[in-house]
Design a protein around this ligand. Structure first.
Ligand code: NAI
Length: 421
């Protein structure tokens, strides 16, 4: 059956716009282009079925096409109800990829689409946040047989995988793409930093300079968000639960305090912790009139929405992706993109040049798992350092940058334990 006949998407007629978007990112993804060329020759996935769950926009679409170029029969679904772009889905269907994804399906339909993507019985999977793995290990264990392994994109997904592994319940190997240097150093930091403000600014069309931005979580993503907020002229407050990261934020020049203190000071709030209830009832009580809340963490649990709704006398959409909540005393609090990842649900996600490196790791990580799944066994493994380094090398080459290499004497010096002269 053709991918068009199998697929569940919004409208195939949207394909032309989707093709333009994919062409644009492809032109800015030189590392992935090189991998595509080698996949075309080597056909590492020949005869295999691959199911991908990622934020379904143009960069992801191009990754799907690269894996298809490596010989795979590719099925793709979204990884968040608001980050799927219908025109991109239509273009992929025209390109022979089976798509189960729509923008803004209701929660039940969203889940059904994820399950349909697994009913194709993949040999390999790419997951983002751990939903595919969780379905395979909990609700649809009948679909487990035949899955050789896969690759996980993000911090939250890896945490979930590690708890499965710790329980001894993980049924196939997964490569932790997020934990590669060429992922978190660039994607989490520079990608999230830039795209979060792209999402916030295009949604609100308000000025950031002079305002107070509260960033919850000073992990790799939080560092990027705080850095870009500062660059836009904001006064930046960081909240943390980890003492070392709090000191780091302080030494990086940010004001550090608890959310209880920051809640009444912030104009903008960005949660990016991978944890729940970072902003909750006690914080809404003291927020400034007009405070703008957004989340960049993987799941929409960082801003407690049920409590906000409970404490509000009314709620309405005042602009695309902005909900206004009026609290009992008349103060208004604005929530962007329903508290889902603001850079993807209210924007196009990370820049193409950043996803070039992340998705190069995905493509190579998936090939690595396919080549080694029996040897690796049922565990979470890192992307081998050689592949990580190769992505950085390809990136430098694409930028026309040459770096030094060790001389024989330098190598011997570094490797020697005897007293250095
Ligand atoms: P990380 O583990 O490096 O950092 C998370 C930080 O949050 C840690 O420093 C932790 O101490 C802190 N934290 C935890 N609970 C907290 C609390 N109650 N209050 C304040 N701080 C708290 O993780 P990373 O890589 O920065 O990822 C964070 C989240 O963002 C994850 O859910 C990840 O999946 C997601 N992510 C989102 C992206 C996007 O495009 N929006 C891109 C990459 C990751």
């Amino acid at each position: 059956m053709t991918s068009a006949a199998n697929s569940v998407i919004t409208d195939l007629a949207l394909a032309p716009e989707g093709h333009l978007k994919i062409d644009w990112v492809q032109a800015h993804m030189p590392v992935l282009n090189r991998i595509r060329e080698s996949f075309e020759k080597e056909q590492p996935f020949k005869g295999l079925k691959v199911t991908i769950s990622l934020h379904l926009e143009a960069k992801t679409a191009y990754l799907a096409k690269v894996i298809q170029a490596g010989g795979a029969e590719v099925t793709i679904t979204g990884s968040n109800p608001l980050s799927t772009q219908d025109d991109v889905c239509a273009a992929l269907v025209e390109d022979g990829i089976t798509v189960f994804a729509k923008y803004n399906p209701d929660p039940q339909e969203y889940k059904e689409l994820l399950i349909k993507s697994l009913e194709t019985r993949p040999d390999l999977i790419i997951d983002d946040g751990g939903d595919l793995v969780s379905i395979l290990h909990a609700e649809r264990t009948d679909l487990l047989a035949g899955v050789r392994g896969g690759a996980e994109e993000t911090t939250t997904g890896i945490l979930r995988l590690k708890s499965l592994e710790k329980e001894g319940s993980l049924k196939f190997p997964m490569v932790a793409v997020n934990d590669a240097y060429c992922k978190y150093l660039f994607d989490n930091r520079y990608g999230t930093g830039q795209s979060v403000f792209d999402g916030i600014n295009r949604t609100t069309n308000l000025v950031v300079a002079g305002k107070t931005v509260v960033v919850a979580g000073y992990g790799w993503c939080g560092k990027g968000v705080a850095m870009r907020a500062k660059g836009l002229g904001a006064k930046v407050i960081v909240t943390e639960i980890d003492s070392i990261r709090a000191v780091e934020a302080y030494m990086d020049g940010f004001t550090v305090m608890s959310m209880d203190e920051a809640a009444s000071i912030g104009d903008y709030f960005v949660t990016v912790t991978g944890n729940r209830d970072i902003i909750r009832g006690q914080h809404y009580k003291v927020m400034k009139d007009g405070a703008i809340l957004s989340n960049a963490g993987h799941f929409d649990v960082e801003i407690n929405k049920p409590e906000l709704e409970q404490m509000s006398v009314s709620k309405r959409t005042v602009r695309r992706n902005i909900e206004e909540f009026v609290l009992e005393d008349g103060r208004k609090v604005y929530l962007l993109a329903e508290g889902r990842l603001v850079n993807l649900a209210a924007g196009d996600g990370h820049p193409a040049e950043i996803m070039d490196m992340t998705f190069a790791l995905q493509a190579m990580g998936l090939k690595y798992i396919n080549d080694n799944y029996e040897k690796v066994g049922n565990q979470v493994v890192n992307v081998p350092y050689e592949l990580d380094e190769q992505v950085a090398r390809f990136k430098l080459e694409s930028l026309g940058i040459t770096i030094d290499s060790l001389t024989t004497e330098q190598k011997a010096y570094l490797e020697s334990w005897v007293e250095h002269e």
